[in-house]
Write a protein that binds this ligand. Structure first.
Ligand SMILES: [Zn+2]
Length: 102
């Protein structure tokens, strides 16, 4: 049992999870701290099923659904691109907003 506990990995990103204890000096869990997350938020009509995941994924996922967060991680890892999607302001004729360095 403790062996499995020591080998727990994040359901989403796979990094090894560590136990932590929040205290006054460390009120926020470390990024690789063990948390449990509702894989589909109850607010979205999810199943209420929870998975072990790191604090970073838990925080980044927020209220996203599992499929939305999958896309976030895929984009972050470079395994998914959306070449056809452009922001409205990036379309031809709508590029009037530019960043100017002082
Ligand atoms: Zn993670």
């Amino acid at each position: 049992m403790s062996q499995a506990k020591n080998n727990r990995k994040c359901y989403y990103c796979g990094q090894k999870l560590v136990e932590y204890t929040c205290s006054r000096s460390h009120p926020v869990p470390p990024d690789n701290g063990y948390t449990r997350d509702h894989i589909d938020p109850r607010a979205n009509g999810g199943s209420g099923k929870t998975v072990a995941c790191c604090f970073k994924c838990n925080r980044d996922k927020g209220m996203l659904s599992a499929e939305e967060f999958r896309a976030v991680l895929a984009l972050r890892s470079g395994r998914l691109t959306m070449p056809n999607f452009v922001f409205f302001g990036e379309k031809d004729g709508n590029n009037s907003v530019t960043c100017e360095t002082p």
